[in-house]
Design a protein around this ligand. Structure first.
Ligand code: EPU
Length: 357
């Protein structure tokens, strides 16, 4: 890590560094600098970081795995990297366990750990990049499962008071790739732990057609084991989504738009191949990937940034390319949005969190 140590409280290990390069702290590998930077290894570190930023009048930005952020420019104030680890069983019954995980635990390692313990439910969410603490912020979801189905509560430190606050399921206001932490509670808390309730008996969720097809193709019977589901999800993801360690990316760059059924019907008349999924509330979810692909953007490369060749929903950047900046990426995203509005009358919403603007 580069930078200069400027603050070290006696008896603690919280080092606050100056002018730190963040390219290894975001999976898009965008080069941007943090004015002040520190690593959080426990709740006491988090509290000190809050105190430090308040005393200096600095803003505080949290980074987890950096897998769902676009760092568009230099980050003023203090940037803290969440590294709080830990797994603690809270309660157990014949059917389920409640386990509290440190916010800095890697998500995929957590899924694997649970499977090894015989705690089920997270298998469809295998191989999602990022940390446990970031998972509730956007209510991560894949292959027919969303985090909220297993979520019990989280603990977070309030930035204004330093108090530890508990958020139960209802407090989080979960939605599609959404929670209160993207709205009213945005930038107001440091999430330190997440408690999940996992099943001790497998209850496979096989509603997602692509998952069903892949399991059938592998000759796996009607009732796959959780491990078989996890392995198959990993295989599909590896085939379709670029590995950020090879091709820097932040997963889906746009949300799948939800539109009125009548608008979807009109579009279908114009575009018979339109990929659309009716929702329980009567709306229709369109595949943003299909729209972007159809509009001719798939594989487009522009001076260090581009649209992935195999998955139009994923924007990519070129490691260490001088043009690969957050600004260039957002300019590309904005051109795509304008074109999709023009061609289909649909406004695409950016999914990752934007920082440094
Ligand atoms: N498609 C195209 N062109 C492409 C890619 C896909 O036309 O280049 C069409 C295909 O017809 C496909 C449809 O779009 O059937 C939907 O694609 P896919 O099944 O890959 O799912 P998605 O809607 O693109 C969502 C999530 C992913 C999640 C997958 C699987 C969002 C924004 N994205 O993608 O989440 O893994 O479903 O459940 O909801 C993420 O959030 O980072 C992420 C990867």
């Amino acid at each position: 890590m580069r930078g200069t140590q400027i603050f070290c409280r006696a008896g603690s290990l919280l080092n606050i560094l100056r002018d730190v390069d963040l390219s290894t702290y975001n999976t898009l590998a965008l080069a941007a600098r943090a004015d002040y930077f520190c690593e959080l290894n426990n709740a006491a570190d988090a509290l000190q970081a809050i105190e430090f930023s308040r005393a200096k009048g600095l803003s505080l930005t949290l980074l987890g795995g950096g897998s769902n952020v676009v760092i568009a420019g230099p980050l003023a104030g203090l940037t803290a990297h969440m590294g709080i680890k830990g797994r603690e069983k809270i309660t157990e019954s014949d059917d389920s366990v409640e386990v509290k995980f440190g916010a800095g635990e890697n998500w995929h390692d957590t899924v694997n750990y649970c499977l090894d313990q015989g705690w089920y439910g997270l298998e469809n969410l295998s191989l999602i990049p990022g940390t446990v603490g970031a998972a509730p912020i956007q209510n991560i979801g894949a292959y027919g499962v969303e985090l909220e189905a297993y979520f019990v509560a989280l603990e977070a430190l309030a930035l204004d008071s330093g108090e530890l606050v508990r958020f139960n399921h209802a407090d989080c206001e979960f939605g599609y790739r959404d929670s209160i932490f993207k709205g009213a509670a945005k930038d107001r808390y440091v999430i330190t732990s997440v408690t999940l309730r996992l099943a001790k008996k497998p209850a496979p969720i096989l509603t997602y057609p692509a998952l069903q097809k892949a399991l059938q193709a592998e000759g796996i019977g009607a009732v796959p084991t959780p491990r078989q589901i996890a392995d198959t999800v990993c295989r599909i993801r590896r085939e379709k989504l670029p590995d950020p360690s090879t091709i820097p990316n932040a997963g889906s760059f746009f949300k799948n738009p939800l539109i009125a059924a009548a608008q979807a019907e009109q579009l279908r008349q114009q575009f018979p191949d339109l990929v659309a999924y009716p929702q329980p509330d009567g709306k229709v979810k369109l595949a943003a990937a299909w729209l972007i692909d159809q509009a001719g953007w798939k594989g487009v490369q522009r001076d260090g940034v581009g649209v992935h060749q195999h998955q139009a929903l994923v924007l990519v950047s070129e490691r260490q390319h001088v043009g690969a900046t957050g600004c260039a990426l957002l300019a590309l995203a904005s051109d795509i949005q304008a074109d999709i509005t023009k061609q289909f009358g649909i406004d695409l919403e950016i999914e990752p969190v934007l920082l440094g603007r």
